[in-house]
Design a protein. Structure first.
Length: 667
């Protein structure tokens, strides 16, 4: 026999609905099982009690057979209770308990009606027979029997009654009346039982549906909460969730004194990884790092989250600096051990690594939550400045990371407006002619009490806080106005931070300053320090190209101190390369002098002009002549002096106040 697709689908849907209905009914019975057991036990005890109390009516209505009915009541009632209690102790199924109760009803009716039929009180018995309907109503209404069991029990009660009429029948009128009554009672109570069972099931369905809706709503709420607190890429907590966790840790620290440590973890050179391998590989790298870090801190129950693009944060209940330092090193080593290849690094490390900055709560932490994050951030900055792939713990006694930097950061915001910054200029001499044809602009910062902050302290703070942008533009504008516009010197070099080179529109702003002051770009040189923070990505290369288009000369500063110098020499046509002072000072030994000559030869082969800084003696200057160096800079040539000195005395003549000034990195 062939069936259409519609017929098959209809059959399948019907079967599925039937299956679901069976499952729901089974769940209904399962969920109501304990309630039914409790109610069945209480119901039988109550029914037996009432059943036994009817001995009074036996004595009043059928006293001649009362002894037999009472004995039957006691045997059936107590027997039913005994069987039920044994079943409960043995843990039999609820359906068996219902069957026991139904049997007790039927036997109870039989145990009452059969002895009663032997009475000689015919008139009393004719009225007493009506009480048999109580057993039928008990089967259908008093107990919560399933419909089939109720009908069977009621049918047996009805059958016993009809059989009793064969023994006791006062007349046709009596038979008609009582048969009609019992049949009506059977029909009515059975119908009510069916309706009650159906209604109970509907109530269960409505309650079950309400529970499902509540459960779904609760699960949706939890899912939304997880979504709002979870980083979609790594599955870690996001910054919102971590900030809340941080507040909880901080609250416990403030109220209960429970110490904790905060760790900021930054993936080294991740932008270069992302640019070279692609964003999908970059995402996979972050997921692998996140998973490894999560596994590393899981044993101590620490909180971990993604705090930024390639930055993670860990918060752990640790007691001291030693524990924090150990965990920081463990985090660093965990990522390094992943051995994720990174062939685009400039420091020669072939795998992905992280820099870790950590800070631990201290009595001096104060009441502001942000302070421990700032301390961890300073430690992270120190780790990156120290070569990356290392872990640093915040040291409040370190002037580079202590609380003094917070005061300097606030001071730098108003430094230009309150004229706390100034420029001094150190001469640059051409070796062959002996003429000073250029100067380097060096920034100085005066504290409110008049003391000077060293550039090695305030320049990193300016870079970290973003104040370097305003200071950089101020320095360029000041150089143009103080020296170049008045033609006091031919060329001025200005140190430029990597932060400035990466800033959008930096070259355009430089062009605006040149136009404003009327200075040609060819009279300015920007010194770019060979350091860790200067990554060779397209934005920096493009900015340098735009600056050279303005006529600005590009110098490579401190060559030999970092790891990127050779790569930069290959990519950019520098006008001048400045060799770091350390190589000149090491030239006292044969090995040091050989290294200096090798570096000079390397740069000369590239065709760049060479400047060596740190010339402090005549002997060193004579060595520069022997090596045919183009330019020199140092205390022997001239110390840094204010712009006002150029108008009233020769270059190189300085005052004793300048003795401690060094050519440190400037903006």
């Amino acid at each position: 026999m062939r069936h259409t697709l519609a017929e098959v689908e209809t059959t399948l849907i019907a079967q599925e609905k039937t299956h679901q209905s069976c499952d729901l009914r089974a769940l209904y019975l399962e969920q109501g099982d304990q309630r039914r057991r409790t109610s069945t036990r209480a119901g039988l005890w109550l029914a037996v009690t009432v059943y036994l109390m009817f001995f009074v009516t036996d004595l009043l209505l059928v006293p001649d057979v009362a002894i037999f009915t009472i004995i039957a009541r006691v045997i059936v009632g107590l027997g039913a209770l005994l069987v039920l209690e044994v079943q409960l102790r043995r843990g039999v199924r609820t359906n068996c308990l219902d069957l026991t109760c139904a049997a007790a009803l039927v036997l109870g009716y039989a145990g009452w009606v059969i002895p009663t039929l032997l009475t000689t009180r015919v008139e009393s018995l004719s009225y007493y027979m009506v009480f048999g309907a109580i057993f039928m109503m008990g089967a259908n209404l008093f107990f919560s029997f399933r419909f089939a069991l109720s009908v069977i029990a009621s049918s047996l009660v009805l059958a016993i009654f009809l059989a009793s009429l064969a023994v006791f029948s006062p007349g046709p009128s009596y038979d008609l009346a009582f048969v009609t009554f019992y049949l009506s009672c059977f029909t009515f109570t059975s119908y009510v039982n069916w309706k009650l069972n159906k209604e109970r099931f509907n109530v269960f369905l409505n309650a079950h549906e309400a529970d499902l809706q509540h459960q779904e709503a609760s699960e949706r709420g939890k899912a939304l909460l997880r979504l709002s607190n979870t980083d979609p890429l790594t599955g870690l907590e996001n910054r919102r969730a971590v900030d809340q966790q941080l507040r909880d840790f901080w609250e416990k620290w403030q109220t209960q004194g429970i110490e904790f440590a905060t760790f900021l973890i930054d993936v080294d050179f991740f932008k270069k990884y992302n640019d070279f391998y692609g964003h999908q590989e970059g995402d996979r790298c972050l997921i692998a790092v996140a998973t490894a870090l999560d596994d590393a801190v899981a044993p101590i129950g620490a909180t971990i989250g993604r705090y930024g693009g390639e930055e993670f944060i860990v918060i752990a209940a640790l007691r001291n600096d030693v524990e924090a330092a150990d965990l920081a090193e463990k985090l660093r080593r965990t990522v390094e051990d992943l051995k994720i290849a990174h062939g685009q690094r400039l420091d020669g490390v072939p795998v992905v690594t992280v820099s870790v900055g950590a800070a631990v709560t201290r009595p001096e932490s104060g009441s502001k939550l942000e302070k421990i994050i700032n301390e961890a951030d300073r430690a992270l900055y120190s780790a990156k400045a120290n070569g990356r792939n290392c872990a640093e713990l915040f040291d409040p006694n370190d002037p580079q990371s202590g609380d003094e930097t917070a005061h300097i950061a606030a001071l730098l915001k108003v430094a230009v407006a309150q004229k706390l910054v100034s420029l001094v200029y150190q001469p640059i001499q051409e070796v062959e002619s002996g003429n000073v044809h250029a100067v380097e602009a060096l920034m100085r910062l005066s504290m409110p009490d008049g003391t000077a902050a060293p550039p090695s302290l305030f320049i990193p703070v300016a870079e970290r806080s973003g104040a370097i942008m305003e200071l950089g533009y101020w320095a360029l504008r000041t150089v143009c106005r103080e020296l170049l516009a008045a033609n006091h010197i031919e060329l001025v070099s200005v140190n430029v931070s990597p932060i400035q080179l990466r800033a959008p529109g930096f070259a355009s702003c430089v062009a605006a300053v040149l136009s404003e002051t009327g200075v040609m770009g060819a009279r300015i040189a920007f010194e770019i320090t060979e350091g860790l923070e200067l990554e060779m990505h397209s934005d920096v290369i493009r900015c340098i190209s735009d600056l050279k288009a303005l006529g600005i000369k590009i110098w490579l500063d401190d060559f030999g101190t970092g790891f990127a110098g050779l790569s930069w020499l290959r990519l950019i046509d520098f006008d001048t390369v400045k060799i770091d002072r350390s190589f000149l000072h090491d030239s006292d030994t044969a090995r040091g002098r050989a290294m200096l000559r090798d570096i000079i030869r390397l740069i000369r082969n590239r065709g760049h002009r060479i400047l060596i800084e740190g010339v402090e003696t005549e002997e060193q200057l004579e060595l520069m002549r022997e090596c045919r160096i183009d330019d020199v800079q140092g205390f022997h040539v001239g110390r840094p002096v204010p712009a006002s000195e150029f108008a009233r005395r020769p270059l190189g003549v300085t005052t004793p106040d300048d003795d401690l000034a060094y050519s440190a990195q400037a903006s």
